[in-house]
Ligand binder design. Structure first.
Ligand SMILES: Cc1cc2nc3c(=O)[nH]c(=O)nc-3n(C[C@H](O)[C@H](O)[C@H](O)COP(=O)(O)OP(=O)(O)OC[C@H]3O[C@@H](n4cnc5c(N)ncnc54)[C@H](O)[C@@H]3O)c2cc1C
Ligand SMILES: NC(=O)c1ccc[n+]([C@@H]2O[C@H](COP(=O)([O-])OP(=O)(O)OC[C@H]3O[C@@H](n4cnc5c(N)ncnc54)[C@H](O)[C@@H]3O)[C@@H](O)[C@H]2O)c1
Length: 473
């Protein structure tokens, strides 16, 4: 058995683990990263990249069809094989050579295999060949093992060989009929993608469509899915599933409806990858999410154990996990050097934005882009708020952007401080607009000052001015 020592060991080479290791090396420490599957993690091969590639071509086609002149030039239908081919290239054909070269260039050592913590700062790694290498960290071990699709306890579901988001993202062909259990982000995006690719899709949205977003967002997406031929069943709960000898899946709902499909996609949330990483050896519960403080140190983890990304459940998004990674990497370096820790609100080592300003874009039709708190979440948090709404289709730039542009914008204002604490846009191509709102929320820009941030005419961004006018001066 070989033993090697590094300053920092990162378990999991997803986007988050890679960024922690990079930051640590840039800070002058040595780092090893442990990966049991593909370097790049879920996001690169089975989540963000392939799913967005599945959605993008149909979105471009829809945009062209909304414009006289362009519409007439679109004479064919979506080329499904070309879409799947482009998706394959965005998933790097499920090979990680490029990412491995990047690790090398960044000076990060890679150990392939399953990492399991054995004791404080000691992580044996067992490779596929069964050989174990024992890694020891001088300063910190960072768990960045991510999450996996949750399989609910529905009778017959497991035996029916359901699709997880991984299967949907990497599908080699398009099922004729697709049933989707869930109504959240994965369900909404994959219903949009597979309907456009030609599947007959049924969505069983027990808790509604996009229930965590502002209600108008889910309503607009549900309406558009229905227009695209998707059967959206609100409140429908799957209670049993079976697959017959011919391969057809039968899903029964609590109210006695039966849905037949060729595949059933389960999209009801995530479970942490902490089952088999040795947490029990250091007094923590295997299979549980890892609770962390604002500098990403695991609560009850002895001071040397950190957790970043999906696995700590703060925010399950790549960009926010990478934000955590930058803070974690920097704070590990600072602690190793005995430097001052800046863990106050908005401090360099604290992930304050996790609670206050998380941006997200849901690539449905229409797109949903948001940052900060919804009105409901702000109210639940005890804020005295005013909600300002505006019809996005009434903005001059929107009507130019596409005929019949349909969308909505909402600004949530903290009335005690006169700053924006939440912002949501739903409409075609709103994805690129959200960063302005993120800056306003993070910068806590007073509304009085925002009047001086003049949006260019005629852009969709003029909604900012309309929202301020609606709020009043
Ligand atoms: C379908 C889908 C679409 C998504 N789309 C978006 C999007 O558009 N934008 C966005 O921001 N987010 C999106 N997300 C969320 C995003 O994928 C995750 O937030 C992100 O991948 C989390 O990164 P991570 O590094 O924490 O974990 P992961 O990406 O899951 O990486 C963890 C890595 O750790 C490895 N690992 C686990 N255990 C061990 C072990 N014991 N030893 C060694 N290696 C181990 C795994 O093999 C994996 O490579 C999407 C998620 C899904 C499911
Ligand atoms: N574009 C993006 O940013 C993007 C895209 C995809 C996924 N993601 C991230 O990945 C994570 C996972 O996505 P997801 O859609 O699996 O989770 P989610 O939490 O977004 O949605 C899961 C949905 O399933 C419902 N649900 C839970 N249990 C159920 C059951 N037994 N039967 C029926 N419905 C049930 C919930 O009410 C919820 O609406 C999310 O946190 C999301 O942020 C992000």
């Amino acid at each position: 058995m070989t033993a090697i020592e590094y300053d920092v060991i990162v378990i999991g080479a997803g986007p988050v683990g890679e960024n922690v290791a990079d930051r640590v090396v840039q800070g002058g420490l040595t780092a090893a990263i442990v990966e049991r599957e593909l370097v790049g993690g879920e996001c690169s091969y089975w989540a963000c990249m392939p799913t967005k590639a599945l959605l993008r071509s149909a979105s471009a086609l829809r945009a062209a069809r909304q414009l006289p002149g362009a519409r007439e030039a679109v004479t064919g239908t979506l080329d499904v094989a070309a879409v799947l081919g482009r998706r394959d290239s965005f998933a790097s054909h499920w090979k990680d050579d490029g990412q491995v070269s990047w690790l090398e260039s960044a000076g990060i050592a890679l150990h392939r295999g399953q990492g399991r913590i054995r004791s404080a700062r000691v992580v044996p790694v067992t490779g596929v060949d069964g050989v174990t290498v024992t890694l020891t960290a001088r300063h910190a071990v960072v768990v960045a093992t991510g999450s996996s699709a949750l399989l609910p306890d529905i009778p017959g579901l497991r035996e029916a060989a359901p699709w997880s988001s991984r299967d949907a993202a990497s599908a080699a062909s398009v099922p004729r009929r697709l049933a989707i259990i869930g109504g959240g982000v994965v369900a909404a995006e994959m219903a949009t993608a597979f309907a456009a690719l030609g599947s007959s899709v049924t969505v069983l949205a027990r808790d509604g469509v996009l229930p965590s977003a502002e209600p108008f967002a889910g309503e607009l997406v549900a309406e558009s899915l229905r227009e695209a031929g998707v059967s959206v069943r609100l409140g429908a709960e799957a209670v049993s599933v079976s697959r017959d000898a011919g391969g057809t899946v039968h899903v029964t709902t609590a109210d006695g409806q039966l849905v037949d499909a060729d595949e059933v996609l389960v999209a009801v949330g995530r479970t942490p990858n902490t089952q088999d990483i040795g947490l029990e050896r250091v007094g923590l519960a295997p299979g549980a999410w890892l609770r962390v403080d604002d500098t990403l140190r695991v609560v009850g983890g002895g001071g040397w154990l950190y957790a970043a990304g999906d696995v700590n459940r703060r925010v399950l998004l790549t960009h926010q996990g990478k934000y955590q990674a930058r803070a974690a990497g920097d704070v590990i370096v600072a602690r190793a050097r005995g430097e001052k820790i800046e863990d106050g609100q908005w401090g360099r080592h604290a992930v304050t934005a996790d609670e206050r300003a998380v941006p997200q874009v849901i690539f449905t039709d229409p797109e949903v882009a948001s940052v900060g708190l919804t009105a409901a979440a702000a109210t639940a948090a005890g804020r005295r708020i005013r909600v300002v709404d505006y019809d996005l289709g009434s903005v001059a730039g929107s009507s130019l952007h596409a005929d019949g542009y349909k969308g909505h914008a909402r600004m949530v204002v903290d009335e005690d401080r006169k700053v924006i604490v939440g912002f949501t846009l739903a409409g075609p191509d709103v994805a690129e607009l959200i960063h302005a709102a993120t800056i306003a929320v993070v910068g806590e820009v007073p509304l009085d000052r925002l009047w001086h941030a003049v949006p260019a005419y005629p852009t969709v961004s003029e909604v900012w001015l309309r929202l301020l006018e609606t709020y009043g001066r």
